[in-house]
Design a protein around this ligand. Structure first.
Ligand SMILES: Nc1ncnc2c1ncn2[C@@H]1O[C@H](COP(=O)(O)OP(=O)(O)OP(=O)(O)O)[C@@H](O)[C@H]1O
Length: 392
């Protein structure tokens, strides 16, 4: 099973420029999470901070009991071995063929024989759909193949956590869907924890178990996908619909006057971009037939059902509707009805749970936009308060 990553109060600045502050979230083991955010909000800086390539100013990032913000160089080196990273362009060595590129980490970091290396490299190339391409140079293959080769290389040291930086950059929508399918299939095969940063709305809507968003130097939300996909938060709605109408502007943030002027323009009929209002929760991508069932998805069901009563009503409804009738019976829930107070699950969540375990966070740690109440933050149907974002 992949490693859990517990991030608490993480803050990163370059000189006087704060990139983001007080980011708190948990990546549940073996689940796929996506971090969204407008350009320049520090998504890549976030990934680099997670593997210790950049040093945050404050906060913790704990993996298998090691806080990589504060640990020794030796521990950091050891903990980094848990990560596989897929950079935007695959970061392949241009003068090496795919075989040698994928073999590189094994030759650098292990004492495996060339026979053993060959077995692993061919297995990972096969896994990523590149069997037969081992002699090609990176310059001779398409962008999609380069990304798959980058993923094959990220897999050779059996990572527990896979970080992916903008997998859709430079790819057409069809190739983006293929690489998304590959992430789901690889996740099903090795049960690693995935964090993908992207702007791609399709990927965000259909791939992850959990979705988060960075904006205005804060983590706006992080939680089960259903929370963001049903959110009324203007910045989240605007981003998921790719529209001009909303708080995100050309560079990053609009001021009130600009927002009001634009609102008037859109009300007068000016096209705000985007195709139509995309709302609701589309089905999540599943492993290709023949690939094992995702263990992370099975664990997620139990985890999310335990925090269900803390989520906003629309997210609760979406989660319940995604269950099969058998699962609904198992969890004692039915559609168009929130978690019954006093039910097995309502009871389960009132049990003391270790902080950050199962993605559970104290309500004060729930990430939200400053000065903005959560939509539906009023009493939820079971009488409990708060939507439980910040929890994954
Ligand atoms: N090493 C660095 N030194 C100083 N500033 C940096 C450094 N790395 C990144 N930044 C700044 O941090 C900010 C966030 O950059 P980052 O690349 O993480 O954004 P992003 O959300 O990944 O953007 P995009 O979606 O366009 O890739 C930018 O203003 C960038 O200039």
């Amino acid at each position: 099973m992949g490693a859990e990553v517990v991030i608490e109060g993480l803050t990163k600045s370059f000189g006087r420029q704060t990139i983001w502050r007080d980011v708190t979230l948990t990546l549940p083991p073996g689940e796929v999470s996506v971090m969204l955010g407008p350009s320049g909000t520090g998504k890549s800086v976030f990934l680099k901070s997670m593997i210790g390539l950049l040093k945050p100013d404050r906060g913790k990032c704990v993996i298998n009991g090691v806080d990589i913000v504060r640990c020794s160089e030796h521990k950091l080196y050891e903990t980094r071995k848990l990560f596989g990273v897929l950079f935007q362009d695959g970061a392949l060595f241009g003068s090496m063929n795919l075989y040698d590129n994928v073999a590189f980490p094994l030759r650098e970091h292990t004492r495996k024989s060339e026979t053993e290396i060959r077995r692993i490299v061919l297995e990972k190339l096969e896994m990523t759909g590149l069997a037969g391409a081992e002699k090609k140079l990176p310059g001779e293959i398409s962008g999609g193949m380069r990304k798959r080769a980058g993923l094959a290389r990220a897999l050779v040291l059996d990572p527990e956590i896979i970080l992916v930086d903008e997998p859709d950059s430079g790819l057409d929508p069809v190739r983006t869907t293929y690489i998304s399918q590959l992430f789901i299939d690889v996740n099903a095969q090795i049960d690693a924890t995935f964090l993908i940063v992207t702007h791609n709305i399709n990927l965000a809507r259909t791939v992850p178990d959990n979705l988060g968003m960075l904006f205005r130097k804060e983590l706006v939300m992080f939680g089960p996908r259903e929370v963001l996909l049903t959110s009324e938060e203007p910045v989240v709605k605007q981003f998921l619909n790719g529209r001009m109408d909303g708080p995100i502007g050309m560079s990053e943030e609009k001021d009130t006057a600009q927002m009001a002027a634009e609102r008037a323009m859109f009300e007068a009929g000016h096209h705000a971009g985007g195709v139509e209002d995309v709302t609701g929760i589309p089905a999540q991508m599943q492993p290709t037939p023949g690939v094992p069932t995702r263990q992370g998805a099975i664990r997620r069901k139990d985890r999310v059902m335990k925090i269900l009563h803390t989520l906003p009503p629309a997210a609760q409804e979406g989660i319940i509707e995604s269950l099969t009738p058998e699962e609904q019976r198992h969890y004692g829930v039915s559609p168009r009805r929130a978690v019954p107070t006093g039910s097995r699950h309502a009871a389960a969540v009132t049990q003391p749970m270790p902080a950050h375990h199962q993605g559970q966070l104290p309500e004060d740690d729930i990430a939200r936009l400053p000065q903005s109440a959560w939509p539906g933050r009023s009493e939820s149907t079971d009488g409990s308060r708060g939507p439980g974002a910040g929890e994954a």
